[in-house]
Design a protein around this ligand. Structure first.
Ligand code: ADP
Length: 267
């Protein structure tokens, strides 16, 4: 592994990096990223997981983890991520959402500035020892995706992607574009997740295929990539994510005020 760059050195003790992407917005990519991170953390009592939100213009991970409005601090060894699980420190989070003065502020940046922010997230955050770093990306394949691959592929050998889609034909077509991006950049694909695949009635348990179903699995078969599974439309999930309660994030931690001073957004 050629790791002699600031990014490589910072991520030396991160075992796996999973980039979550989708061809389209609104298919549930951020929700899936959040659930993936929570599931990986729950997979073992010692699993250490972090989630990096590089959806710079529409960051939603802080809200989904109940961390909205939390400040980011800097220590002598870099920026300290926000922890979603108190003193356990097993689910760390970093997002541009933490850097905005008000959550309704917009980020209007061109590619070079986005690239600099992403490089800074990768090289300057105190990620520490991690089993998994899950990276939530914006919809489509844009500057953010290219920056990630350019910074990570040369320095990390366990880098891969998960593609999230819904079953409708329009979403699947865009998911194929995502797949084509991974092929063009030699990014290994772990597989496809079909989200919003059927609606389970909370009263009678009957399944209605609101957006049809099975398209993601069919696409995976045709493209020769693994199908990782499908997630139904779940009204409780919306309630939990909207109420910022996905992680039951009590006791959000921050470094002691003695060592901390405020994070500064890139000029
Ligand atoms: P994206 O990141 O692809 O833009 P989000 O994860 O922000 O999409 O999800 C968009 C909306 O859909 C959110 O309100 C989220 O709570 C909801 N959502 C996502 N997945 C599901 C699901 N399986 N069941 C119900 N609602 C969902």
């Amino acid at each position: 592994m050629a790791e002699d760059t600031p990014v490589g050195r910072r991520l030396r003790n991160v075992k796996n990096i999973i980039i979550v992407c989708s061809g389209k917005g609104g298919v549930g990519k951020s929700s899936v990223s959040t659930q993936l991170a929570l599931c990986l953390r729950a997979s073992s009592p010692t699993a250490r997981v972090a989630i990096l939100d590089v959806d710079l213009t529409g960051p939603s991970i802080p809200r989904m983890l109940g961390l909205d409005g939390h400040p980011v601090h800097q220590s002598s060894d870099g920026w300290v991520p926000v922890y979603a699980d108190g003193s356990e420190a097993r689910l760390a989070c970093m997002s541009v959402g933490f850097l905005l003065k008000r959550k309704e502020d917009s980020v209007v940046w061109r590619g070079p500035k986005k690239n600099a922010m992403i490089r800074q997230f990768l090289s300057d955050v105190r990620w520490g020892d991690l089993d998994y770093l899950v990276v939530d990306t914006p919809p489509g394949t844009s500057d953010e995706h290219l920056s990630l691959v350019e910074h990570l592929a040369p320095v990390h050998s366990r880098l891969s992607a998960v593609i999230v889609t819904t079953p409708q034909a329009v979403a699947l077509l865009d998911a194929l574009k995502c797949l084509s991006f991974t092929r063009a950049t030699s990014l290994p694909v772990l597989g496809v997740i079909e989200n919003m695949s059927g609606y389970v009635c909370p009263c009678c348990g009957e399944i209605s295929n609101v957006f049809s179903t099975g398209g993601g699995e069919e696409m995976a078969k045709q493209e020769g990539i693994p199908f990782l599974g499908s997630l139904p439309i779940d009204t409780e999930l919306v309630t939990l994510l909207d109420a910022s309660d996905a992680a039951n994030a009590e006791g959000v931690t921050s470094p002691s005020s003695g060592e901390a001073h405020s994070f500064r957004l890139l000029e």
